[in-house]
Write a protein that binds this ligand. Structure first.
Ligand SMILES: Cc1cc2nc3c(=O)[nH]c(=O)nc-3n(C[C@H](O)[C@H](O)[C@H](O)COP(=O)(O)OP(=O)(O)OC[C@H]3O[C@@H](n4cnc5c(N)ncnc54)[C@H](O)[C@@H]3O)c2cc1C
Length: 317
């Protein structure tokens, strides 16, 4: 039996779909292919919906920006009769995924790092205990399997420029208990979550002033500075720079961890980086269990050297 997949791609702006949405569409396409089913996508009407078509959706369900999302997603799930629903990560996704599964008597797993196809069904793998272990989840309820992906767990599909597809617009009745007063303003400027290079510092910097070295190296590498919670609590770095379970989840190509011990709560925010470079004076620090490249040494000696090399390289093009 073919199993259809609905992707809920709500993370979008006037410019189109956000990375979280295109990653979810990529994962949905892969699952639909493996299960012999169709790929349906729910996206806001406009540029985002056109993009969903270019990314391979068999049909796009659209809704007006500002519509009540849970009712809209529920209607799309019912109209499409999809057994598998991939909700893009993000504030809206987190808000609707579990409630959608409950409404439709299904199951829900968030932060999925991998999906295993078992016949015409799936099992989901996700981190638990703040990233210290991984669990494999089997769905037992009859309703839809609702999952949302961890950052970097899906690859956006290749774009077929100009491709169009069937569009079904949804006018959901909405939930009388919920009224949108004013949409929250999106933060301005580059986002830590989108940076290709993140240079983070921890207590090993010894003094708040030395966090300047982290900012300088991040700038020289065209990246952004991050921090452990310990130094955010100490006021050395800003809360928006915190990486981890209670901070930002980042998926850069390269993550530098200077003077960071590698506590599980910190690693929950960066362990999906493509490469982790750790600098720590303690060769037994947990960070070295996760690092692809490790330097046992004093970050206060090594950071100025790395800044010098990075600036030289940037200057020579
Ligand atoms: C519910 C909860 C949520 C949390 N959420 C987060 C979170 O989101 N993000 C987060 O980061 N933490 C979080 N934490 C805190 C976390 O458990 C750790 O306490 C924190 O990450 C430690 O920060 P650190 O590695 O900078 O400091 P430390 O653990 O003190 O480690 C400092 C490291 O620097 C090394 N070092 C010392 N001097 C040098 C030097 N000169 N050069 C190089 N290395 C040196 C030391 O060997 C040590 O490994 C959370 C904790 C809880 C309980």
């Amino acid at each position: 039996m073919a199993t259809d997949v609905l992707v809920v791609a709500t993370e979008a702006s006037n410019d189109g779909l956000a990375r979280a949405a295109t990653e979810a569409i990529g994962a949905g396409a892969r699952l639909a292919g493996a299960l012999g089913g169709e790929l349906w996508v729910l996206a806001p009407a406009g540029v985002a919906a056109s993009e969903a078509a270019e990314l391979g959706a068999g049909r796009v369900y659209t809704y007006a920006p500002g519509a009540e999302v849970l009712s809209t997603v529920t209607e799309a799930a019912q109209l499409s009769s999809s057994r598998i629903i991939v909700v893009n990560r993000g504030a809206i996704g987190l808000d609707v995924a579990a409630r959608l599964a409950a409404r439709l008597s299904g199951g829900c797993v968030l932060g999925v790092t991998d999906v295993i196809v078992q016949g015409d069904d799936i099992e989901a793998i996700a981190a638990i205990y703040g990233g210290a272990a991984r669990a494999q989840f089997r769905f037992v309820n009859a309703g839809p399997r609702v999952i949302s992906l961890a950052p970097g767990a899906g690859e956006p599909p290749a774009r077929q420029q100009g491709r169009t597809t069937e569009v079904v617009h949804i006018e959901a009745a909405g939930d009388a208990r919920v009224r949108v007063m004013e949409p929250a303003k999106a933060a301005e400027g580059p986002r830590l979550e989108d940076a290709a290079v993140v240079v983070s510092g921890g207590r090993g910097l010894r003094d708040g002033e030395n966090y300047g070295l982290i900012r300088e190296l991040a700038g020289a590498l065209g990246g952004m500075p991050g921090a452990s919670r310990a130094i955010v609590d100490d006021g050395w770095a800003k809360p928006a720079e915190q990486v981890g379970l209670t901070g930002k989840i980042v998926t850069p190509d390269v993550y530098f961890a200077a003077g960071i011990s590698g506590a599980s709560q910190h690693m929950a925010g960066c362990s999906n980086a493509r490469a982790i470079v750790a600098i720590n004076t303690d060769a037994t620090a947990p960070i070295f269990r996760y690092a692809h490249f490790g330097i046992v040494g004093d970050c206060l000696e090594l950071l100025p050297e790395l800044i010098r090399v990075a600036k030289e390289r940037a200057a020579s093009g």
